[in-house]
Design a protein around this ligand. Sequence first.
Ligand SMILES: [Zn+2]
Length: 358
Amino acid sequence: MQVADNFINYKIIDSLLAQGFEHLPHALLFVGARGVGKRTLAGKLATILLCESLGKSSIKVNRPCGECAACRWMKSGTHPDFRLVTSDNEKETEEVTEETETKKSNEKAKKQAASSIGIDQIRALENFVFTGSHRNARRIILITEAEAMTIPAANSLLKILEEPPSSVYFILISNNQKKLLPTLRSRSRVVPFSRPDDQTTARWLEQAGLDAQAARYLDLAGGAPLRVMQWKNNGQLAAIDALIESLASAPADPLVLATRWEGLLKSKTENSFHMENLVEGVQCWLFDLALEQASGEVRYHCGWPRPKNIAALNPVALLAGWHEINTFRRSARHPLNPLLFLESLAIHYLRALRPMNS
Ligand SMILES: [Zn+2]
């Protein structure tokens, strides 16, 4: 697929492989914000390392052929020398990738995992790492969201990294490297991914079939075009629009607002707009109201219509509301009673909007 290919920054691949495959470090750590292409690139690099046509004169240097058995297995998610380790937090952040490798093994891994990566998942790799390869001698392990590893899991991985067999490569991905064990960082070659510049972003959005309007979702997505694309593919954009509309012109009655939100969650297409997305949306909205009142700027909602009465709002209440919603974020995954949860959220939200003198 051409589109996915366009999201790959081949400069990174070429610089990693510039000294030849034998000089590629055995542990790579891709760090950077969500949705800037780390996962897509990791899948491509894994395919390159496993491709069985590499070195043939008909094949471009450092590019997989796309046709050999290994390339086909990577596409279908069945390569015996590739392992994906992930937690189910990744559900929403999965990037678009031609390597459907990620899809299949992902689903399998998700079933085993909770929101963290446990020691069992790392121990399960030992056999894979220390027995020989099935095909061309290289084996690849891709760990997404490496910061989700529990400490025992990370320690267990460190042990493997002490003396990895020469043909085994680890690619770790982290959206939040501050949460990683420092020793894990120091054992890996850190590869930073920065946000693409405006021009590249505009090109990506266009290639992804998103119009100029889509630019307004970019700040909501932390400047990460792949995340916007993910939202689009999940059918989330309409829900985001509706949520913002409900916040900008909120009814005074919390139950009415909660029911509106409930409808939003129910109308979702499969695997798209979840309670945690909704809570995050409310929190970002409050954050921007407070920021706009203080500085006249917004961080997440550039390009969106803004409410007119911002100056009349109570700054203390806005910040308190924003802060209180942290507790909602913690339980948003599995609220006991979703409607009650939403009603309570609506009460907090509306309270945060009270005018200056009340
Ligand atoms: Zn190939």
